[in-house]
Design a protein around this ligand. Sequence first.
Ligand code: GLN
Length: 467
Amino acid sequence: MSDHPALGTLRAHRVADAWAAFDAVCAGADGLNAFLAVDREATGLDVGPLAGVPVAIKDNLATHELPTTCGSRVLEGYMSPFEATAVRRLRDAGAAILGKTNMDEFAMGSSNENSAFGPVRNPLDRTRVPGGSSGGSAAAVAAGVVRLALGSETGGSVRQPAAFCGIVGVKPTYGRVSRYGLVAYASSLDHVGVFGRTVGDAAAGLQIIAGHDRFDATSAPHAVPEFLPPTVDGASADPRPLAGLVIGRPVEYFPASLDARIAAHCRHALTVLESLGAEIRDVSLPSTDLASPVYYIIAPAEASSNLARYDGVRYGRRAMADDLGAMYERTRSEGFGAEVTRRILLGTYVLSAGYYDAYYRRAQAVRELIRQEFSQVFASGVHLLFTPTAPTPAFRIGEVSDPYEMYLSDIFTVTANLVGIPAMSQPIGRVDGLPIGGQFMAPHFTEPTMLRAAAALERALGAEAHQ
Ligand code: GLN
């Protein structure tokens, strides 16, 4: 690992560079608002693969020196007594934990506008959102404050902000990275993910945080492979490095209603993948249109249970009241924002007697159907899938006010969380000057194939990825 080619570019960025960029873009009233807390004393270690490399951490991953608020008033100022495994692994590798990044409250959102501490601005256009829910981490990388940041994903919260900010975001296989210390939103869908400017940077970060952890019972016992072999990141002499690879183009992810310019960038990326030796094959995932409705039943259901712990007794904020019931009520009404409240109510409803069978049980059955459709496509000899990451580029702050319309931001990303497969987004071009992401999805535990194809595409697109 210590000779991973991407480590060179990560190591070149020092803490002093990070603060210079931070002071230039994050500070002040018109700053990006990407960070909720910073540690000006952070130095990292003198040794290790990430010795002294500044990194940023989404504020739903527990850290020792800095508060962990999840972008919520209910956890304002909360100090965790333990640290997330992914954070500890970065720290043990020598990284300097520069700060905690802003996010949609409890990771519920697609624009970062649901943070109790104000929206994050997209560094490429400050009138626009950076995406969400890991918007602060994406903005911090896109603005050059850090080259590596951690985010979390329940339905696309790393890939969609990566797409909106013109960077790379990777969600590994469920179980590949420990969730220990990741504040739970919907446990069967939650993942830790990474942001980098390049595929190599993101792969190097993933290399450090991946692997079994006895503190997370769902963490996979699988050995961690080399995510990006050194030869792939260097200038490869092979003009057809993807020969033998079959890349599926799921027709349901390219509906007639898809923005023609986004579709054109995806088509171009597929042509480039073909010229690199891959075979492109049209495939079908017929239940795709059910993924978002299923997600918005299962995720709130799990959230309503996970968020019951914020009762004013065990964690964070407590509102004063005359009796216990009133204390619970006031703590939770004052502590949670509108979207979190909506999800708790929705989740409680779909789990309640009389509605459980009609909604929750049915959603679980459809989730299984979606899983089987992916398995069948992969079993038919398809190694990877390629799709757009999001149906639109970054929208303006305040532009999408209808929650249902906001949920549509995730239509191409929620499936990978429902199925637990690895997926990632990388820049493939621009529309009206705004970045567009292309998404790869891959069978469980095949991140190396996915990252290899992504690195080849990145190299072949070159500057085109940002035009
Ligand atoms: N936008 C989705 C939601 O609001 C996904 C969020 C996430 O991945 N954490 O639930």
